[in-house]
Design a protein around this ligand. Structure first.
Ligand code: R5P
Length: 294
């Protein structure tokens, strides 16, 4: 059985060797998937950059009306033209997002304990099954996982069963690495958690940025997108996005650092410059400030 402390000895991440294993499909590690799954992923990832800007507005499923999302119908629609993928819950899409929208939907399909619980990792389940996700015209299913927490077994079971259901329908699954109160935000934790999710079948993984992030992206055989976490000043959020992309992330799935920004549309556009056009954080900040002036 592998030793959980094995990471303390030297490892070779082969940072200069791109991952092999397929026929050149733009999304890392997905060449072996069926046509439907690849077609859905191809809608999410830009064919030129191979990256994606996902807008996360699913916070209400555990947090209630987060700052900036008091009114989903007011906050989200103006941002839609500037992002590649919309990530939210079935209830939010139905009530607040026009069905005429032409952006792929990443549907959060699990429920969890609310933030009022001491341990959010316990008690999760499936909130929207595969048939209803297809009915929502989803392009991807998102499942939260709690590695190293009480709810680890339950959340990995939910992930695995969702991957099975996704496979039956050509539907990719985003595995989300949760960081609850008890969970660390170290390279060691994210190395472990992202790899566990990928090996249990997630087609892409959402996690947080950390020191040593290039090791996390190198050892995860599927694309990683970063969550933004709590609101940072805009320059710091752009630097985090820049570093993540420079260190191998294939995009962002951000919420609060976009919809709580002074100008959310400008923030979406600045983040997209980093994700798709190779802007540095400084260039993106200049661009953001220029948009504020116009
Ligand atoms: C995660 O569980 C949340 O539901 C959000 O999807 C995620 O945290 C991304 O949003 P933020 O960038 O605000 O952290």
């Amino acid at each position: 059985m592998p030793d959980k402390d094995e990471g303390k000895i030297a490892r070779n991440y082969h940072l200069d060797v791109p991952q092999s294993g397929g026929g050149g499909f733009v999304v890392k590690g997905q060449d072996g998937c069926d046509w439907g799954t690849k077609n859905r992923l191809a809608r999410m990832f830009d064919p030129k950059s191979g990256n994606t800007v996902m807008l996360a507005f699913d916070h209400g499923y555990i947090m209630g009306p987060t700052t900036g999302l008091e009114r989903l119908d007011v906050a989200i629609p103006p941002l839609i033209p500037y992002v590649d993928v919309l990530m939210g819950t079935r209830g939010a899409f139905r009530a607040c997002i026009p069905a005429t929208v032409d952006k792929p939907v990443c549907l959060r399909v699990n429920y969890d304990s609310s933030v009022l619980y001491d341990d959010m990792s316990v008690g999760g389940g499936i909130a929207c099954d595969i048939g209803n996700a297809v009915r929502m015209n989803a392009s991807c299913l998102a499942v939260q996982t709690f590695i190293g927490a009480t709810g680890e077994k339950n959340s990995l079971e939910l992930l695995a069963r969702t991957v099975d259901a996704g496979n039956d329908h050509g539907m990719p699954v985003l595995g989300v690495v949760a960081v609850g109160k008890q969970m660390e935000r170290t390279e060691q934790f994210f190395l472990l958690a992202t790899r566990i999710l990928a090996e249990n079948g997630a087609n892409l993984v959402k996690t947080y940025y950390c020191d040593g992030f290039e090791h996390v992206t190198a050892t995860c055989p599927v694309p990683i997108v970063i969550a933004g976490g709590k609101k940072l000043p805009e320059p710091e959020a752009l630097t985090m996005a820049y570093r993540a992309i420079a260190e191998g992330a294939r995009g962002v799935d951000m919420g609060r650092n976009i919809f709580q920004a002074q100008n959310p549309i400008a923030m979406c556009r600045a983040i997209a410059k980093v994700v798709h056009e190779g802007f540095t954080d400084k260039e993106a900040l200049d661009y953001y400030n220029e948009l504020l002036r116009t």
